[in-house]
Design a protein around this ligand. Structure first.
Ligand code: NZQ
Ligand code: ZN
Length: 386
């Protein structure tokens, strides 16, 4: 196992009715709250009313309309409100997009220049407002990690800001809030969770035995409960298992003792930066293509291990096992109703070369990923998804 520092300071309040803790917990930090949310799902589902009821007596200011793949323009607006109103706490109610924008606002509120500077240079983050979250879609793990992914339309970049000050202080994870998710978001969220696990599992270090077994259990949970959540949106067992899996899939637990750069996310981030597609959809399309591309004599063993331990595939031929595991993964995404090709989501090859360059420029693909990828490799992977 590699050396590893593990400290996750976020307080998780998991289960039905946990929202009631917010008044006491937020009250420890002040009374002026910036409530952030997306395009209005929380108003339709009633979560908005529950939040206002719990926070009666607090001074609430709102930033609504945070878009999926959140933009720096929303962050700038949030920072303006924080500075003007002397906000004490940010409460993000929604998914990764809303939480990520809120993290960025939380630190940009203490920065005098443009918020985008902090994305380009994370070391400029010196201070941040406390961030509370109420999670309404399980996918990104943003509720218990220090990362935020922000898009800049002007530069067509989608980049991460990551800093220990950006761990949420407390996150309310109530699985019943997931009941209203449309099928497409349940499917995309599950694909994102699975991809996070893969990104950490498919790394060269074979010595982190426990971490690998935890990852396999997390994958099995997604494969078991994803289809159930799709068919029975109010199945508490399915929703609660997926919700906790999404949190642990990206709170550093599954990378403990391992490390290395991610492979598929950097490629997906350019897809959503250029075409605005749903993150989990892009991952579902790219993942099987990436797996096939990097399968070789060196990687075969780990892919076969995945196939055996997660899918129960047993054969004398490791290469066959590995291929079968990839096939099962692809079948699973299909079963979840996710698109299998870029053409299905209206993406052609016209910008592949530019996108491949951007993916390599903004990541560790060339130097630290499971199988190192050059621009030409990324372009080939994209082409195989058409
Ligand atoms: O905007 P509203 O109206 O709220 O609707 C949202 C949005 O359209 C809807 N939704 C959320 N909860 C709902 C609901 N609809 C009905 N009922 C509910 N309970 O779902 C849509 C998607 O929401 P979003 O927040 O965009 O989804 P997600 O959590 O998947 O976040 C995606 C963003 O997070 C980034 C992605 O790149 C993308 O920008 N990521 C963040 C990471 C992190 N911070 O660690 C890591 C990830 O790899 C990822 O890159
Ligand atoms: Zn992701």
């Amino acid at each position: 196992m590699n050396n590893y520092n593990f400290r996750v300071p976020t307080d998780i309040r998991f289960g039905k009715g946990q929202i009631s803790c917010l008044a006491d917990e937020i009250g420890k930090y002040g009374r002026r709250v910036l409530l952030t949310y997306g395009g209005g799902s929380i108003k339709r589902t009633g979560v908005y009313d529950s939040v206002l009821k719990v926070l009666e007596g607090f001074e609430i200011y709102e930033l609504s309309g945070i878009e999926p793949n959140p933009k720096v323009t929303s962050v700038r607006e949030g920072v303006r409100i924080c500075k003007e109103k002397g906000i004490d706490v940010i409460l993000a109610v929604g998914g990764g997009s809303c939480i990520d924008a809120s993290k960025h606002i939380a630190c940009a509120a203490f920065y005098d220049g443009d918020p985008w500077d902090l994305v380009l240079d994370n070391s400029l983050v010196k201070k941040a407002l406390p961030i509370f979250t109420v999670l309404t879609i399980c996918a990104t793990g943003s509720e218990m990690n220090p990362g935020a992914v922000i898009s800049n339309e002007e530069t067509r970049e989608k980049l991460e800001i990551n800093h220990p000050l950006l761990y949420p202080t407390l996150s309310v994870c109530d699985p019943t809030y997931l009941y209203t998710l449309p099928k497409s978001q349940t499917a995309a969220g599950t694909a994102d969770i699975i991809s996070h696990i893969f990104e950490q599992y498919f790394q060269p270090n074979d010595g982190a035995y426990l971490t690998d077994r935890l990852s396999e259990a997390a994958l099995k949970t997604c494969f078991k409960y994803g289809p159930i959540a799709l068919e029975e949106p109010e199945n508490y067992e399915a929703r609660s298992n997926l919700m906790w899996t999404s949190t642990i899939a990206l709170n550093h637990l599954l990378t403990f003792g391992k490390g290395g750069a991610w492979s598929v996310h950097p490629i997906e981030h350019v897809l959503s930066a250029f075409y605005g597609i749903t993150h989990g959809v892009g991952l579902a399309i790219l993942t099987p293509a990436w797996m096939r591309y990097v399968l070789n004599k060196d990687t075969e063993k780990r892919f076969a291990m995945y196939a055996r331990n997660v899918w129960g595939i047993m054969d004398k031929n490791e290469h066959y096992e590995a291929l079968k595991g990839i096939e099962m993964t692809e079948e699973f995404f299909k079963k979840m109703g996710l698109p299998g090709t870029l053409s299905e989501v209206g993406i052609d090859d016209s910008q592949f070369s530019e996108m491949a360059k951007e993916a390599v420029r903004t990541s560790g693909l060339q130097s630290r990923s499971y199988v190192k990828l050059e621009t030409e490799d990324v372009e080939k992977i994209l082409r195989s998804c058409l």
